[in-house]
Design a protein around this ligand. Structure first.
Ligand code: ZN
Length: 439
């Protein structure tokens, strides 16, 4: 038995009563055993993390990222989505080899963990998804990962990414066999058809069926960009979400990135099916895609999560940056009370956990849940004086304030130092691989 004790912080539980408590959060053998009060270790094998001056809270959950794209950070600025994909991202992904994929995965996992993100829903590229799983496995991050599926007969998809329907499904099945439930169920698989335009109807229908049969989640993009929405309407004479529904892809096990350009009917359909939207504020701004109507989606009954998307469209994987933007972005249009701080913190944690199908295990600090816990130092001057911890976390704190991170009760970041990967090696490998790919 081993215990980890986050000692003496202000605790945002994100429990059903949204309680704020004082004291310790303790885990034993990976699960939370006490929240609040003073904890006395039950064994000789325990680690104490000093959390004086910290807000202790569940780790951030980012329900839409592309860790494999991290080496293209800064290489695809000032483009809109379809050009961004066709001119830079697809050629980049086609050029990735195993070594570069691993370097990208390591860089992303290290950045995410140091910034207080403890779980992700990740869309890899068409090939080398084992390398992304291996990076998540070694880093200690909780990850639901899927290979990107792209079997459409589109001449703009580079040959290195084009695949047959059969090969796409077979490779997904093989990855499920190798990784779904691995690392003590810290790693899981999600089918990841890239978006309707890069897939055949046959593939999407099969994914819908196999996901249900295997109990695996679906992760895709939809209605991110006006050009994309127009092309979907051209091909199907229907709206994007309706197409996904008719192909059997829409359910409570589905997480859709973006969902910016949606009709009222599409919002209602998402709510009726229990599907999740992951909003990505920085990416949506940088690619000039638009602003998702998050307050309206929530009012319609849609569960909304938060994600940074990829390094080449953000350009960070910083969960606190996304949290602040989420909290700010909707106020000019809807009013100053749109998405108050506690709601935004819940979106960045528990709603993310729901979007990856793990709200029963993570996303809040409650006895019995997995020990995915972070301590955020709120003594730096930009968060002083201490007021409401909700306000500090949503509006003032930064990812560099994250002091300690545990996943499954294992200490991954201690006093701002990553314990699982050598960040000097991660940096060197990333620079080397990026220079090689872009030469
Ligand atoms: Zn994306």
């Amino acid at each position: 038995m081993s215990e980890t004790i986050f000692r003496g912080g202000t605790i945002l539980t994100i429990d059903p009563q949204h309680r704020v408590l004082a004291g310790d959060v303790a885990t034993r053998d990976g699960a939370i055993v006490q929240v609040g009060g003073s904890y006395t270790p039950q064994t000789a094998d325990y680690t104490v993390l000093d959390c004086a001056g910290c807000v202790v809270m569940p780790g951030l959950v980012q329900a839409h990222v592309h860790t494999c794209q991290t080496l293209a950070r800064g290489r695809a600025d000032d483009l809109e989505l379809l050009d961004w994909l066709r001119k830079v991202i697809w050629p980049y992904e086609a050029a990735l080899d195993e070594k570069a994929a691993r370097a990208a995965g390591d860089l992303a996992c290290a950045e995410l963990l140091l910034g207080g993100t403890t779980a992700i829903l990740d869309m890899a590229t068409v090939h080398h998804t084992d390398q992304i799983f291996a990076a998540a496995e070694q880093s200690g991050l909780r990850a639901v990962i899927g290979k990107a599926m792209m079997d459409a007969d589109d001449p703009l998809i580079p040959p290195g990414l084009r695949e047959s329907t059969r090969a796409s499904l077979d490779e997904s099945a093989a990855l499920i066999g190798r990784w779904h439930g691995a690392a003590g169920d810290r790693l899981r698989y999600a089918y990841a058809p890239r978006f309707v335009l890069s897939c055949t109807d046959e593939l999407l229908r099969e994914v819908g069926e196999q996901a249900k049969a295997r109990g695996v989640r679906i992760h895709t993009h939809a209605s991110e960009n006006r050009g994309e929405v127009a092309l979907v309407r051209e091909r199907f004479a229907k709206d994007n979400i309706v197409v996904l529904d008719e192909l059997g892809m829409l359910g409570a096990h589905t997480c859709i990135a973006h969902g910016i350009h949606l009709t009222a009917e599409e919002k209602q359909l998402l709510a009726a099916r229990g599907a999740h939207i992951c909003t990505c504020p920085s990416s949506n701004l940088k690619l000039a895609s638009g602003i998702a109507q998050v307050p309206e989606l929530i009012a319609a009954g849609v569960s909304v999560a938060l994600g940074a998307d990829g390094a080449p469209c953000n350009n960070n994987l910083d969960g606190f940056e996304e949290l602040r933007l989420l909290a700010l972005l909707h106020k000019p249009r809807v009013g100053p009370r749109a998405l108050p701080a506690p709601e935004c913190v819940k979106i960045a944690t528990l709603a993310g956990a729901a979007a990856i199908g793990q709200a029963d295990r993570i996303g809040s600090l409650e006895v019995g849940k997995r020990g995915d816990v972070i301590a955020v130092d709120v003594t730096p001057l930009h968060t002083v004086p201490a007021t409401s911890p909700w306000s500090q976390i949503a509006y003032a704190a930064k990812s560099c304030d994250v002091k300690h991170v545990a996943v499954d009760g294992s200490v991954i970041v201690r006093d701002r130092a990553l314990q699982t990967l050598d960040i000097h090696e991660v940096r060197a490998h990333a620079n080397e691989a990026a220079a090689r790919l872009f030469r």
